[in-house]
Design a protein around this ligand. Structure first.
Ligand code: BES
Ligand code: ZN
Length: 425
C-alpha cells in the first residue's frame, strides 16, 4: 500500500507549485492546512498532466499551436517553452504546445503576476499564423438609441428566477470541460433547452457548431431578421468550465453558467414579448473557452471566412458575483471603444445602474476572438479586475457564493436586451 506519510509530504510539496490554482499559501512556521494542501496538489497535478480521465476511449489530445504576447513569454519560466517560436512578429509569437501543458502556462503567469497570460490556441499551425496578421479595421458606424417605447414593455419581463434555474441546471454537471463526457452532455442539454424556443417560431433555429479537435459543441440559436437578415448581432458566452482540467469537479456557476444563463434569459424575454428583429440575432454558447478561446476562435474565424456581416458582439462572461461597488464594468482592452461607449449610454438610458471601465490586460475571454477577426466586441463584467469572484476555476464556484440568487446577473440581462433591440432594429 502507498505510504500515507509519503503521500502527505508529496502533497504538501506539490501544493507549493500549484498555489495559484488552489489559492492557498501555506505558512510553514505556523502550520500547514493539509486539506487545502491536498486540494492544491490534486489541482496542480491535474493541470500539469491531465491525470483525471476524461471521456473513455477519447483519442489522446493532439498538439495545439498557441499565439501569445512576446512580452509575456519573456516573463515566464523558459522551461515551459520546449523549443523556439515557429513564427513571430513584433508583438506575438507562435509555439507548438501539448494542451495538457497549457495549465502550467497559466499557473506560471498567475504566480508571477497574478494574471493569466492570455493566449489563443488553434488546431492548426495555419490558423495560428493568421494571428500574426493585422486584424481587419472595424468600419465606424453610428449608434442610435430610440427604442424606448418598445423596451419599456420588454425590460420588466426579465426574471431572476429563470436565470437561477439555468445556472442551477448547468452547474449541476460534474464539470463542463471541453473533453469530458459531462462537458459534451451539458452542450447537448443546452441545444435541447434552446430548441424549445424554436417551437412555433419558424424564424428561430438551433444548430450545433462542431469542432474537429474536441467533442464539446458550441451552440447557436438564430433569430432571423425580418428586414435585413444578412446583418447579424452576436450575443453569448462560454459554456465550458474548468478546475485543473480533466474530469475534476468544476461547477462553473459564475464562470460561466452565469453568462449562458443571461444569454438564455435574453432569448426567453425576446420570445415572451413576441419581438421580431429587423436584423438577425445569433445567440452563441461557446465551447472550449478555458483552454485558449478555442471554440469562439473557430466560430469567429468561420464567420469571417463566410463573410458574415457581424455588426456587434456582446460577450457575457461572469455576471453574478458582485465583488465591487459599481454594477457593471466594461473591459476596455481587446474590445471596441465605440461599442463600449454605446453600451454605457444604454445603461444610462434604460437603467439606474452604475458603471465604469477596467482592463483585463490580455485577451481574457471570447470577445478577443471576435475583435481579432475584425468585429466590434465588448465585455460587460461583474466587478473590477482586482475584485473578481475568487472561486472561479475551483470546485467551489457554486451559486451559493452569489447568495443563491441572480440579482447581479439580471442587470446584465436587461442591458443585453436593450443592446439586442437597439442594434437589431
Ligand atoms: N472568465 C474568465 C476570464 C476572466 C477572469 C476575466 C477574471 C476577468 C477576470 C475566463 O473564463 C478565463 O478563465 N480566461 C482565461 C484566459 C484564456 C485565454 C484561457 C484566463 O483568464 O485564465
Ligand atoms: Zn474561466
Amino acid at each position: 500500500m502507498r505510504n500515507p506519510n509519503l503521500f502527505m509530504v508529496s502533497a504538501v510539496l506539490a501544493c507549493c507549485a500549484g498555489l495559484a490554482s488552489a489559492g492557498y499559501t501555506p505558512d510553514f512556521d505556523r502550520g500547514v492546512d493539509v486539506g487545502l494542501a491536498i486540494q492544491a496538489a490534486i489541482e496542480s497535478a491535474a493541470s500539469a498532466g491531465g491525470l483525471v480521465p476524461e471521456v473513455p476511449g477519447l483519442a489522446p489530445e493532439r498538439p495545439v499551436w498557441v499565439s501569445m504576447e512576446k512580452s509575456d513569454v519573456g516573463a515566464l519560466d523558459g522551461a515551459l517553452f520546449k523549443s523556439a517560436p515557429i513564427a513571430q512578429n513584433k508583438r506575438l509569437a507562435v509555439y507548438e504546445f501539448k494542451p495538457a501543458d497549457l495549465g502550467q502556462l497559466s499557473d506560471g503567469m498567475y504566480r508571477s503576476f497574478r494574471r493569466a497570460p492570455g493566449y489563443f490556441a488553434h488546431d492548426t499551425l495555419e490558423a495560428a499564423l493568421q494571428d500574426l496578421e493585422a486584424p481587419p479595421a472595424v468600419p465606424a458606424r453610428a449608434y442610435t438609441i430610440d427604442q424606448g417605447p418598445r423596451l419599456k414593455g420588454m425590460l420588466p419581463l426579465v426574471k431572476e428566477e429563470t436565470i437561477v434555474s439555468a445556472i442551477s441546471s448547468l452547474s449541476a454537471y460534474r464539470n463542463r470541460y471541453y473533453r469530458s463526457a459531462t462537458g459534451v452532455d451539458s452542450s447537448k442539454w443546452l441545444q435541447q433547452a434552446w430548441g424549445k424556443f424554436a417551437e412555433g417560431r419558424p424564424d428561430i433555429s438551433v444548430a450545433a457548431f462542431k469542432h474537429a479537435a474536441f467533442p464539446q459543441e458550441s451552440v447557436i440559436l438564430t433569430m432571423r431578421g425580418t428586414a435585413e437578415p444578412g446583418k447579424v448581432i452576436v450575443i453569448g458566452g462560454h459554456l465550458d468550465s474548468i478546475s485543473g482540467g480533466g474530469d475534476n469537479p468544476a461547477p462553473g456557476a459564475d464562470d460561466n453558467a452565469s453568462g449562458v444563463a443571461v444569454t438564455n434569459e435574453v432569448i426567453r424575454t425576446l420570445v415572451e414579448s413576441g419581438y421580431r428583429p429587423s436584423k438577425t440575432i445569433k445567440f452563441i454558447a461557446f465551447a472550449a473557452e478555458e483552454v485558449g478561446l478555442r471554440g469562439s476562435g473557430e466560430v469567429a474565424a468561420a464567420f469571417k471566412k463566410e463573410g458574415v456581416a457581424v455588426e456587434g458582439m456582446l460577450n457575457l462572461d461572469m455576471t453574478n458575483y458582485k465583488g465591487s461597488a459599481l454594477d457593471i464594468y466594461f473591459v476596455a482592452d481587446n474590445t471596441n471603444a465605440d461599442q463600449n461607449a454605446f453600451l454605457g449610454k444604454l445603461v444610462d438610458t434604460y437603467t439606474a445602474y452604475t458603471w465604469s471601465s477596467i482592463k483585463c490586460g490580455y485577451g481574457c475571454s471570447d470577445h478577443a476572438s471576435w475583435t481579432k477577426n475584425g468585429y466590434p466586441a465588448s465585455l460587460p463584467f461583474e466587478s473590477t479586475f482586482e475584485q473578481y469572484d475568487p472561486f472561479i476555476h475551483k470546485p467551489t464556484d457554486t451559486l451559493s457564493q452569489s447568495g443563491g440568487n441572480a440579482a447581479h446577473a439580471a442587470k446584465f440581462a436587461r442591458l443585453a436586451v436593450a443592446y439586442a433591440v437597439e442594434l437589431a432594429k
